[in-house]
Design a protein around this ligand. Structure first.
Ligand code: FES
Ligand code: FE
Length: 458
């Protein structure tokens, strides 16, 4: 097989960019071009999204046999199904005949998917079960297993979150998540009945790079007083400048990171993020270890990112008329192109909540953190700058870097908390940009194909 000269050129160009990322990261800097570069983006799809564990659905979205949702792994459309045996399948949504998408709806319940083009029909476990005019066209039946929909070779769940990997050769989901799995268990396990999605995700496009969103949710407390300050001024939020001094970053293996806030150091009433008594009194932490109990009671995360593109948000929020809810959302930053992402944002509610209470939480969550949410608009407009800088001929000519130097170049002590008993690393200030650097160091590790995976890198 001949190697295309243009491939060699692209490979060398990518290697040069990654080498520059490596040397810049050593100084807590990051080259602008990784936020808007076609070769970098293509490599991210192949080396990260087509290989690592990627969140695809929550079990509550496909609770009954036949339920399905259409999702994505990188740029690939996939169907996540619950088959008749209760099994979960993550199937390619490309027909094996000519590639037409066999499932054209976002969600539903069906035992099969029939391709609109020539009518090949697949069971909801992916098997080919029907080919029109089989006798006349083929004479003998096609091998139904060989010509079934492609299946993600690895599908595993943790605390109701279903992940898939397109690579057979990867560690277990639990190993991949490490301390982030421990944190997820705590965040949605404060009641034995757990949480569920309140409805389908909001979906909207933003002219930003997926990494900027993932990085922000890994623990960028620094932007909150500035970018979201107006939310405080109109009574939609409080304590917006607390994340620096009271920030408690958690850093886990494989690029995962969360940002807690020492809520009760500011106000004892903010135990459990400030959940109202009727919710708080229902929590049951009997299965938690000591550190999980401490975290959810006093130092609960406001945001977090599970590498590469699943993020968490939980905070008290107001509807503007005095109603308050502690809202929980998970969101996924779907890569669309080097300078474009699609945000998918789910509101989550507790299964033990009555309908009115769940509806209030979901509504307030959507008001502030849904497609038209105030906070979302603040963030997404700001994120659009990075790919523009990345595309700038001037910025590239000058080899412009973004600045991540709060951490190792700061005179403030940001060393890991020696009293921390939980997994990973915890620090005692929200400043530092360590979580963001941790995300990018793992990104570089994956882009340079340096498997096997390792622990916290910063
Ligand atoms: Fe699906 Fe032909 S493309 S049946
Ligand atoms: Fe924000």
């Amino acid at each position: 097989m001949q190697t295309d000269v243009s491939d060699v050129g692209a490979d060398r160009r990518l290697a040069d960019i990654l080498a520059r990322v490596e040397s810049s990261l050593a100084d807590d800097l990051l080259p602008v071009e990784i936020f808007n570069d076609v070769d970098v983006f293509q490599a991210e799809i192949e080396r990260i999204f087509a290989r690592t564990w990627v969140f695809v659905a929550h079990e509550s979205e496909i609770s009954k046999p036949g339920d399905f949702v259409q999702r994505r792994i990188g740029l690939d459309p996939v169907i996540v199904t619950r088959d008749g045996d209760g099994g979960i399948n993550v199937l390619s949504n490309y027909c094996r005949h000519r590639g037409t998408q066999v499932c054209q709806t976002d969600q539903g319940n069906s035992r099969f998917f029939k391709c609109a083009y020539h009518g090949w029909t697949y069971a909801n476990n992916g098997e080919l079960i029907g080919t029109p005019f089989m006798q006349a066209a083929y004479g003998t039946p096609l091998d139904k297993r060989q010509w079934g929909l492609l299946r993600a070779p690895r599908v595993e769940s943790r605390s109701g979150f279903i992940f898939a990997s397109l690579s057979e050769d990867i560690e277990s989901l639990d190993e991949f998540l490490g301390g982030a799995g421990w944190m997820l268990d705590a965040l949605v396990g404060m009641h034995p009945d757990g949480m569920r999605v309140a409805g389908p995700p909001d979906r909207y496009h933003v002219k930003a790079n997926w990494k900027t969103a993932a990085e922000n949710f890994s623990g960028d407390t620094y932007h909150v007083p500035s970018l979201h300050g107006s939310m405080g001024e109109i009574g939609l939020a409080f304590g917006l400048d607390a994340g620096g001094e009271f920030g408690r970053p958690y850093e886990f293996e494989n690029g995962h990171a969360f940002l807690g806030i020492a809520w009760t150091e500011q106000d004892p009433q903010l135990e459990f993020w400030g959940y109202p008594p009727e919710i708080k009194d229902s929590f049951d932490l009997s299965g938690f270890d000591e550190s999980q109990t401490r975290v959810v009671t006093h130092d609960g995360p406001i945001v977090g990112t599970v590498f590469p593109n699943l993020s968490f948000f939980r905070a008290a929020a107001f509807d503007g008329s005095g109603l308050m809810s502690v809202v929980t959302s998970f969101r996924q930053w779907q890569p669309v192109g080097p300078g474009e992402l699609e945000v998918w944002s789910w509101q989550f509610v507790w299964n033990f909540q009555d309908e009115d209470s769940a509806l209030q939480d979901a509504t307030i969550g959507q008001l502030q953190f849904g497609v038209a949410g105030v906070a979302e608009q603040d963030d997404t407009v700001a994120w659009e700058g990075a790919p523009k800088a990345g595309a700038s001929a001037w910025a590239r000519k000058e080899q412009m870097n973004f600045h991540f130097q709060q951490g190792n170049f700061s005179a403030i002590d940001q060393s890991p908390d020696p009293a921390w008993q939980g997994p990973g690393i915890r620090r005692r200030t929200g400043f530092g940009e360590h979580n963001q650097l941790h995300f990018y160091r793992h990104w570089l590790h994956e882009m340079q194909e340096q498997r096997p995976l390792n622990g916290p890198t910063s």
